[in-house]
Design a protein around this ligand. Sequence first.
Ligand code: PMP
Length: 406
Amino acid sequence: MSLDVEKIRAEFPILASEMRGRPLTYLDSAASAQKPRVVIDAMSDFYAAHYANIHRGVYQLSSEATVEYEAVRARVARFIGARDPREIVFVRNATEAINLVARTWGEENIAPGDEIVLTMMEHHANIVPWQMLASRRGASIRVAEIDDSGVLDLDDLERLLGPRTKLVAFAHVSNALGTINPVAEIVSLARERGIVTLVDGAQAVPHQPVDVATLDCDFYAFSGHKVFGPSGAGVLHGRLERLEAMPPFLGGGDMIESVSFEDTTFAQVPQKFEAGTPDIASIIGFGAAIDYLEELGMNEISAYEHGLLLYATERLEEVPGLRILGDAKEKAAVLSFVLDDAHPHDIGTVLDAEGIAIRAGHHCAQPLMKRMGVPATARASLAFYNTRDDVDRLVDALIKTTKLFA
Ligand code: PMP
């Protein structure tokens, strides 16, 4: 079944708004996605009628809030194919999920001289926590190369996997180029050698079906705000036995079994990693976002976005002096580009005057920009609520831009 995009658009209130006197053309979903009415309503209804803290109260409101919150955990587990809801740890975002692993698993398992393998296309969120860990532990970072089209060099990655490699951490989908990495293949290369894997799924979960059991990775991280849910809700998926073997992250309420001034025993997984009051309402909204996506169907979303990517690629090639960066065969609907005479920030500003929202800059991937030989790019990223009209408006505005900077 294909998507009824006009109906979908009507379900996202912000898409009916105007910017700079023009209809909003939102092409920055890779930075953060817009929210459907059901998500906004789920949150306001929770605050208006069901709000209380979780895991604490004996009274009805609190126990109902707890049931709702835990029900979202079970829905997330099903949505990404986790074997058990206890494998789902709620965090604020993908960044926090990766830092959690670096601070817990990393502190216990990375020793002086060990190596952590990353790829050239990582977001800073999947570089900096490992660099910080490596410098604390006396370990080093190795980086797998990519080719000029933005495809990961698997031979290079395999060459880097040696006796000191303890972790391979890599993006499922590149936020700056759209490249989709062969996750199962990379995980299998690592697993054959007993190496742990962490997948940064921030750009994958919103756009394609993800099944962590098939991918077979040890950790998988993503953010709710890119999955059409609220900001403040994110997920770390970890294999149960790994999570159980890890020390806690933050200490405090909710993550303990018993506390005395002499000694504390910790709660079971996943509560062990969820100290303090979480962003309860965001988790509730996140649950509504998952229900919404499941109703549309991730296969349908992925097929629709792929069609739109092909259309946008073809149309962008009509713009004089425009060069797209990243043309992997397996590619998500992200279009990074540069124009001959205009700086990406200038492109962003000109498009903004037309009500078109794109991202311009280094996309938190400075090493990748350096590898591609540019300081920055302009990036249009598409979601299932975008249309060919949005792409046409982008192309018209870019042609106008080229004339301004000619
Ligand atoms: N990884 C990738 C590939 C991303 O695109 C992003 C967000 N741009 C992140 C990690 C970090 O996500 P967040 O800011 O939600 O933690």
